[in-house]
Design a protein around this ligand. Structure first.
Ligand SMILES: Cc1cc2nc3c(=O)[nH]c(=O)nc-3n(C[C@H](O)[C@H](O)[C@H](O)COP(=O)(O)OP(=O)(O)OC[C@H]3O[C@@H](n4cnc5c(N)ncnc54)[C@H](O)[C@@H]3O)c2cc1C
Length: 275
């Protein structure tokens, strides 16, 4: 890491980023490169995510995004890979915007990182853009001495296979790494392609709770099914780290979600402090 690196504690406070580059990866996915406006370098663990506060015509709102950096892990750049969501607020802003857009950022957050103890086999499972956090992890793995790493990536068809060249080259260059692309709506043909969902692949792996460590990221349904199977197979939560790409709740709906008891408690406190 370079000299201007700030500590995790400092970076926990908000900083500003500016959109520097947008690239189209597939019909529904783009990558967005932001640069830190202040003179700081990132301090995070590969696999972690940041919270971005954007501003549109309705005001400020927050969304979480995993960092997807590969060439430069700890500089001033933040690479994000984002897929379009119908009627999505961040989608509308980001997919229609120009370079120069600013956001406020907090982080890093999340436990989807390499385990401290090297396991016999690391299995990283993703659906769609759930691939994002594994991209910096792949870079970290180049110097981490993990003996066996398997990436199971679930997509509907090949048009959704983002970072395909990077992943295929990485597999060619690193003996410890295997890529399995799971196609749910197209027939597999290449050696690394498999028919069906990632969960069908997990069930074919002959998993070993004492030796395997799982990272699961993306679709909440896929993660629940995978965790149910692994728990049944004897895995403890410590060896199955999960990160669901759940949808953000607007603050209005969280306010609505307050129970009568919580509302009363707030009213009592306001009364007590004379507000
Ligand atoms: C820890 C974490 C990390 C994340 N990292 C990434 C990332 O790296 N890349 C990325 O693209 N996203 C990521 N997400 C999801 C991201 O935060 C947003 O939820 C997503 O971009 C949609 O935001 P939006 O404002 O466009 O849609 P919203 O305005 O939030 O949603 C619009 C409508 O679409 C529905 N919806 C929202 N998302 C989806 C979906 N995925 N599939 C189907 N319906 C949906 C909502 O329920 C709502 O009805 C992450 C989420 C979490 C919690």
């Amino acid at each position: 890491m370079c000299n201007n690196t700030v500590s995790s504690a400092m970076i926990d406070s908000m900083f500003t980023v500016r959109l520097e580059r947008i690239r189209t990866l597939s019909e529904s996915t783009k990558d967005f490169r932001f640069v830190c406006a202040d003179n700081i370098s990132l301090d995070y663990k590969p696999g972690q995510f940041y919270r971005f506060v954007f501003t549109d015509e309705q005001g400020e709102f927050e969304r979480s995004y995993s960092l997807c950096n590969f060439d430069e892990l700890y500089g001033r750049h933040m690479d994000l890979v984002i897929s379009q969501v119908d009627s999505g607020r961040a989608t509308k802003l980001l997919f229609d915007c120009q370079e120069g857009l600013e956001a406020k950022v907090t982080g890093p957050f999340g436990r989807l990182t390499l385990p401290e103890e090297v396991p016999g086999r690391l299995v990283m499972v993703a659906t769609s853009v759930g691939l994002a956090p594994y991209i910096p992890i792949l870079k970290e793995l180049e110097t981490s001495g993990f003996p066996e790493v398997l990436l199971l990536l679930g997509v509907r068809d090949r048009s959704e296979f983002i970072y395909g060249d990077l992943l295929k080259n990485y597999a060619d260059q690193h003996d410890y790494f295997e890529l399995r692309l799971c196609l749910s709506r197209e027939k597999a043909s290449a050696g690394y392609e498999h028919d069906g969902y990632v969960n069908a692949q997990i069930e074919r792996l002959e998993v070993t709770p004492d030796a395997d460590h799982f990272l699961l990221c993306g679709n909440p349904g896929m993660i629940d099914d995978a965790w149910a199977y692994l728990k049944e197979s004897g895995f403890k939560p410590k060896h199955v780290v999960r990160e669901k790409y759940v949808f953000a709740r607007e603050s209005k709906s969280s306010a609505k979600a307050l129970t009568e008891e919580q509302k009363q408690l707030i009213a009592d406190k306001l009364k007590k402090y004379g507000k």
